[in-house]
Every structure is written in structure tokens, then in C-alpha cells.
Design a protein around this ligand. Structure first.
Ligand SMILES: *[C@@H]1O[C@H](CO)[C@@H](O)[C@H](O)[C@H]1NC(C)=O
Ligand SMILES: *[C@@H]1O[C@H](CO)[C@@H](O)[C@H](O)[C@H]1NC(C)=O
Ligand SMILES: *[C@@H]1O[C@H](CO)[C@@H](O)[C@H](O)[C@H]1NC(C)=O
Ligand SMILES: *[C@@H]1O[C@H](CO)[C@@H](O)[C@H](O)[C@H]1NC(C)=O
Ligand SMILES: *[C@@H]1O[C@H](CO)[C@@H](O)[C@H](O)[C@H]1NC(C)=O
Ligand SMILES: *[C@@H]1O[C@H](CO)[C@@H](O)[C@H](O)[C@H]1NC(C)=O
Ligand SMILES: CC(=O)N[C@H]1CO[C@H](CO)[C@@H](O)[C@@H]1O
Length: 639
């Protein structure tokens, strides 16, 4: 495509973007302005009856006396005509505002819930409630209402975590304080610097425990219902919470960029103008979309001819019960991993990639589509992916037997892993890595091979996961030098850990460590604790030279069925793979041949790399600085 078309497309894209913003501001599904009410279906009081008279006196009493306190409960009348009423103003409002708010609420409550024996209304800064039953000091978390903001956050998953964390912290403080009220703010960074402002408040008649229960239910309700919004409120009978990206409790008003929907109300001229602009934009957008898809179609015809395995964030969120902690399978080097169930009942593992990647959505999509074309029985199958603003997710088939790591660490499970299965696992890994290095149409260096990245299916077939991650994060090819080191100490080749030099031979090194760990049941990273030698590699080398290699066989299989000759050959190949000089290590294709050929004489191994980095089991992630609350996460830099 020539440059004229390119710039035309760019223009179209900007218009599309503007259009989406305009559209969002019209269609935003946030609730209307207050009041919001909840009327009971329990019963009605008689018109002109005593209950109504009592209610009227109570409301007028509260209206005229409400500037004295932020929270007030009182009752009036006798027997079945007795009315219990309570109001709560948000603590930050002035006496005058509180009074005005209650006066307004008193009028609204009767017109919104005519002749109901129980009702509650929420105004902008207060709530008013009455009932024929005594509810003072009693917790009621039913019928909570939530409100969201018109504007969407760019990284909802991470934002929700920060919101949850902040509100949980505020809850702890508020519940134990005398005012049952607290505000707080937290700085965080997503696409730009931001501050989250939160407020929680309980009725002062609640105990600390009930206040906490109420707010925890409120947090859970708001997170369950509000997924994308930059701010939200939760209206409950006994408590209240709100969070925004501006200091609402200090009188700040919502920044114009957030205000989209709130200001649209009643302003017909603006609305008409917007619609006109939108219609004009729509025509351009249609043209733009056509050109855009035409371009994509030509560039990546093959990938798009297949069913595009793109999944929406909504589907993924519902598959993982909104990324609930009970669905979390673990924490990978690039972000958390969740178990999910797709609408068709298929079990999947969903890997969230930390948003540090600089890569744009389009490059990411292309990269994933390339990687999805890799198919091998020893690679975990990538089923789909999701890109939503800054969020990136990969959807894999679910592996019921977990990872080799867990298998080797747990002595009970390791004991059940017999000699034959171990050799099959090693052979499978070797074939998978060979496919990545040489046989696929892409040349892929894994860069983070380790037992926790080897998953096991129901038949204990090994499947390599996280392949293509190095490509996705670094986006470049083999035999390079990189400043971004992705890997795990104990499995990283010395030239890679120290100098950032990587090649297929660095994967061969990691494979060698996995091989030795699988046949010996020892862990390279914690071997020094056994005091026999600083590392498993050093010890294996020492025994090998003394002709006593077989002493290293996993004691858990020692008494069962295993072949010393096979053990010797596997150990020999393992030692060849972990040699210090990358040049001396065999290629993956020779490894596969050597493991299988009983007759070939193998070359003697040279000294292995004895100490690689510090032997912590620390993950070294990409050296980006995502920070939550000023704390920089994942930036361990090897020298
Ligand atoms: C927010 O994002 C969700 C999901 O992507 C979408 O359904 C909704 O329309 C968006 N709202 C706005 C105002 O952009
Ligand atoms: C209630 O009382 C008012 C005036 O006291 C009267 O006009 C109205 O008809 C009465 N309504 C009923 C339903 O009795
Ligand atoms: C609000 O009312 C309380 C109780 O009447 C009083 O102590 C306080 O000084 C008032 N505050 C302001 C700002 O007027
Ligand atoms: C009051 O309640 C009765 C039912 O008991 C209902 O028929 C009537 O319409 C209600 N009055 C108003 C003003 O809603
Ligand atoms: C919020 O955090 C709490 C722990 O502090 C956790 O139990 C809960 O699952 C989290 N909720 C969500 C929706 O992430
Ligand atoms: C919440 O409190 C914990 C422990 O007090 C603290 O480590 C964490 O940073 C706090 N989180 C936020 C978002 O304030
Ligand atoms: C305690 C108090 O201030 N009570 C006042 C409440 O308002 C009524 C008028 O509606 C006054 O008469 C009370 O003195």
C-alpha cells in the first residue's frame, strides 16, 4: 500500500477513535442522577392514618434538626403505628449541605415510595430510611445498589486489584474507628499517573464487625457489577462506599474527560450537535473500516481465513468468575494465570500478561496469530487470546496434571513417576524444544525453560508452555543480545544470565538442567542446602568423573525398575547440555538422536557452568517498571 493510502488510513483511524469517544459519551450506561430509592413491598400504610401522621412528624423533625449531626436515629409513635427513621450524611459534607440533603430526601422519600411502610432514599451526599420495624443497629446487606461512571478505565484487571486493595484497607480503618468513616488515596500508574480516591462509611449504630461485613459485601458487590468504570458508588442500607479518580470528598469536581455522560442530561443542543458529528463520522468510519479490513485481509489472509480465535474480555471475565482468587492457578513470570470455563464448557487456563509490554495491540495480535499456527504434541495448545485496551491475555488448553515442577517437588507424586515415564517426559520435552528451534516455520528460542513451564496432560505427556513469550515480549529473533533478560536463575545459561546473550544453546542448557532434575529428583536451585556440592550440576560432574554417576539416581525409584545404562546415557547427555561453553553444547537435534541411540559413543562432557547468578529461585521478568503505589514490581537485574 502506498504512502498516500497509509496517511489516509491514519486519518480515518483518528476519526474512528473520536467517533468511538463520542458514541461512548452518548451510550454510556451509568445511572441517572439521584435520588435512588428502594421501597418495600412488605406493606402499605393507610392514607390519613396514624402511621402516616407519625411519619410526617418524624420527617419534618429530622429535616429541621439535621444540621446538628451526621448520623441520627429516632422513632415516634406507639404499637403498630410506630415509625423508626434514620439518616446518614457523608462525613465530609458541611452542616448546611447535610441539612439541605435531608430536607430534599424527606420530600423524595414520600413521593417515591407513597404509602410504603418501609423505604430508603439515597441522595448525592446523604441517605434517609424509615420503617415500621426497629432496624437500629441491625445489619442489612440486601438490595445493594451500584452506580458506575461513564468513563472506562484502560487496564481494568489491574485497576480492580488496586481498588479492592484500597477499599479493603479503608474498611479495616473505618470499622474500628468511632466515626465509622474514612477516606484515603493511593497513587498508581497505568497509561498515565493516577490517584485513586476512596471513601467508606457505615451507620454509627453498627458494631465494628457488622460495619466490616457491610463494607466487605459492598466491595464484593461493586466489583462484581462494575467492571470497567473509572469510578463507582455502592449504596447499601447500612453503609456506603465510593471511589473515583478525583478528590470528590475534598470538593473537587469530576475532570471534564470523565464527565461524558453526566453532562449530557437535558442539554439538547449539545446532544443534537453530537449526533450530527457522529453521523458525519459514521460515514467516514464505514469507509475507514472497509479500507482497514481490506488491508488486513491482504496482509494476513491466511490467519483471518480461519476462525479468528479472539475472545472478548467479557467472555474471559465470566469464564474466570471475574478473575476470582479461587480461580487463580498461580503466578507466572509474566502475570497471574487463571482457570476458566468457556461458555461451551471447555476448561482453559488463562494467562494474563503484565501490561509492561510496549507492544501495540496490532503487533501483539499478529505475533499471537503466528504462534497459534505452531502445533506440536509437546507444546501446550494456544486456543485464543484477548486484547482489550492495555490488557493482554492468552487462552490455553487446561492441563489437569499441573506442572513437572509440582510433580518433582512433592515426594508423594514424584514416587509415582516411574523411570519409563520420566524418560518419556524428557524425550517429549526434547522434541518440543527441537520443534521450536528448527522445525516450525518460526525460529523460537524459549528463554525460560524450567519444570514449572512443562505441563503434563492426563497421560503424563509433557507440553511446553510459555513458548513464544520471548517473541511476544522482545519481538526479535535468534542469536541476539538483549537488555531484557527473561528467565529463572538455576535454569539460565551463564552467557545469558551474565551478558544477556542468548541462542538456541541457552535453551539446550535449560533443557539439560531439567533432564538432570527429572532423573535425580534433586533441584538445582536448592541443591546447596544438601551441603554435598554448591549445585546439582557441580555434584553430577564430580560423581561422573569418579565413575559414580549412578549414585545420583532418584532414591524414590532406586528400588523399582530402572536401567543403569539408560541412566548413564541420560546423565551423559544432560552433562553435555550444561557445559559452560555454549559452543560445546549439542544442538537440540543431536540431543534427540543421542537420547535414543544406545550404540553411539558420546563425547566426554566438559566442565559444566558451576555457578550461574545467585541461586535463588527468583524469576527475572522483563525489566519494565510497573509500579503500584510507588513500589516497583519485578525488576531484578542480573549484572
Ligand atoms: C466500557 O467497556 C465495555 C467493554 O469493553 C463496553 O461494553 C462499554 O460500552 C464501554 N463503555 C464506555 C463508556 O466506553
Ligand atoms: C385525607 O385527608 C385529606 C384532608 O384532611 C382529605 O382531603 C382526603 O380526602 C383524605 N384522604 C383519604 C383517602 O381519606
Ligand atoms: C456543625 O454542627 C455542629 C453541631 O451543632 C457544631 O458543633 C459544628 O461547629 C458545626 N460545624 C460548622 C462548620 O458549622
Ligand atoms: C396505597 O396503597 C394502596 C394499596 O393498599 C394502593 O391501592 C394505593 O394506590 C396506594 N396509594 C398511593 C398513593 O400509591
Ligand atoms: C479482594 O481482595 C480480597 C482479599 O483482600 C479477596 O479475598 C477478594 O477475592 C478480592 N476480590 C476481588 C473481586 O478480587
Ligand atoms: C493496604 O495495606 C497493606 C498492609 O497494611 C499495604 O501493604 C498495602 O500497600 C495497602 N494497599 C493500598 C492500596 O493502600
Ligand atoms: C433537639 C432539637 O433541636 N429539636 C428541635 C427540632 O425541630 C423542631 C421543629 O420542627 C423544634 O421544635 C425542636 O426544638
Amino acid at each position: 500500500m502506498d504512502s498516500y493510502h497509509e496517511s489516509l488510513l491514519k486519518l480515518m483511524h483518528s476519526l474512528l477513535f473520536c467517533f468511538l469517544i463520542v458514541l461512548a459519551s452518548i451510550a454510556a450506561p451509568s445511572l441517572a442522577d439521584p435520588p435512588y430509592e428502594l421501597c418495600s413491598l412488605d406493606g402499605n400504610y393507610a392514607i390519613n392514618g396514624t402511621f402516616e401522621k407519625n411519619l410526617i412528624s418524624l420527617l419534618s423533625y429530622m429535616s429541621s434538626n439535621s444540621s446538628a449531626s451526621r448520623f441520627y436515629s429516632t422513632s415516634f409513635g406507639d404499637g403498630t403505628d410506630r415509625v423508626y427513621a434514620q439518616y446518614m450524611c457523608l462525613n465530609y459534607v458541611t452542616n448546611g449541605t447535610c441539612g439541605d440533603c435531608i430536607r430534599l430526601a424527606s420530600q423524595h422519600i414520600r413521593s417515591l415510595c407513597p404509602n410504603d411502610t418501609e423505604a430508603i432514599v439515597w441522595e448525592e451526599s446523604c441517605q434517609l430510611r424509615y420503617s415500621s420495624r426497629d432496624f437500629f443497629g441491625r445489619l442489612d446487606i440486601s438490595g445493594n445498589k451500584w452506580l458506575d461512571n461513564a468513563k472506562n478505565i484502560s487496564q481494568p484487571v489491574r485497576f480492580r486489584m488496586i481498588v479492592n486493595n484500597t477499599l479493603q484497607n479503608l474498611t479495616r480503618v473505618a470499622a474500628s474507628g468511632p466515626d465509622k468513616y474514612v477516606t484515603g488515596k493511593v497513587n498508581f500508574k497505568d497509561t498515565s499517573k493516577n490517584t485513586l480516591y476512596g471513601l467508606v462509611q457505615c451507620g454509627r449504630d453498627l458494631s465494628a464487625g457488622d460495619c466490616r461485613t457491610c463494607l466487605e459485601a459492598a466491595i464484593s458487590d461493586v466489583l462484581k457489577n462494575v467492571y470497567f468504570s473509572v469510578g463507582a458508588r455502592l449504596l447499601s442500607r447500612s453503609c456506603y462506599l465510593r471511589y473515583e479518580l478525583y478528590a470528590f470528598y475534598e470538593g473537587a469536581t469530576e475532570p471534564a474527560s470523565n464527565q461524558a455522560a453526566a453532562s449530557g442530561r437535558g442539554n439538547k443542543v449539545v446532544l443534537i450537535l453530537i449526533i450530527t458529528v457522529a453521523l458525519a463520522a459514521m460515514v467516514l468510519v464505514l469507509v475507514a473500516s472497509f479500507l482497514y479490513y481490506l488491508r488486513r485481509y491482504h496482509r494476513d489472509k491466511k490467519a483471518y481465513d480461519q476462525d479468528l480465535p479472539f475472545m472478548s474480555l467479557r467472555i474471559i471475565a465470566s469464564a474466570t468468575k471475574n478473575f476470582s482468587s479461587s480461580n487463580k492457578l498461580g503466578q507466572g513470570g509474566f502475570g497471574p494465570v487463571y482457570k476458566g470455563v468457556l461458555p461451551d464448557g471447555k476448561e482453559v487456563a488463562i494467562k494474563m500478561l503484565s501490561s509492561c509490554s510496549e507492544q501495540g495491540a496490532e503487533e501483539f495480535t499478529n505475533e499471537v496469530l503466528l504462534i497459534m499456527n505452531l502445533q506440536h504434541r509437546n507444546l501446550v495448545k494456544l486456543l485464543g487470546f484477548c486484547v482489550d485496551r492495555e490488557e493482554r491475555m492468552l487462552v490455553y488448553e487446561f492441563m489437569p496434571n499441573g506442572s513437572l515442577d509440582v510433580m518433582l517437588l512433592d515426594p508423594n507424586r514424584r514416587a509415582k513417576l516411574n523411570w519409563r515415564q520420566r524418560l518419556d517426559i524428557i524425550d517429549g520435552i526434547a522434541r518440543g524444544v527441537l520443534y521450536l528451534h528448527e522445525d516450525s516455520q518460526l525460529r523460537i528460542i524459549h528463554r525460560d525453560l524450567k519444570p514449572s513451564n512443562i505441563l503434563l496432560d492426563t497421560d503424563m505427556n509433557p507440553k511446553i508452555s510459555d513458548f513464544g513469550m520471548a517473541r511476544i515480549f522482545a519481538g526479535n529473533d535468534a542469536g541476539a543480545n538483549t537488555a531484557t533478560i527473561v528467565g529463572t536463575y538455576g535454569y539460565m545459561a551463564p552467557e545469558y544470565a551474565m551478558e544477556g546473550l542468548y541462542s538456541t544453546k541457552s535453551d539446550v542448557f535449560s533443557f539439560g538442567v531439567i533432564l538432570l532434575e527429572t532423573i535425580t529428583g534433586e533441584r538445582n536451585t536448592t541443591f546447596h542446602l544438601s551441603k554435598r556440592a554448591p549445585t546439582l550440576l557441580a555434584y553430577a560432574w564430580q560423581l561422573w568423573n569418579e565413575g559414580k554417576g549412578q549414585e545420583l539416581v532418584d532414591p524414590l525409584i532406586k528400588d523399582s525398575w530402572w536401567f543403569p545404562e539408560e541412566f548413564n546415557r541420560y546423565m551423559h547427555v544432560g552433562l553435555l547440555c550444561v557445559q559452560e561453553d555454549a559452543y560445546d553444547r549439542p544442538s537440540m537435534s543431536s540431543v534427540v538422536v543421542m537420547l535414543k541411540s544406545e550404540s553411539t559413543a558420546l563425547r566426554n562432557p566438559d566442565r559444566p557452568a558451576f555457578s550461574v547468578g545467585r541461586f535463588t529461585d527468583q524469576q527475572v521478568a522483563s525489566n519494565c517498571g510497573c509500579s503500584i503505589n510507588g513500589v516497583t514490581v519485578s525488576s531484578i537485574n542480573p549484572r
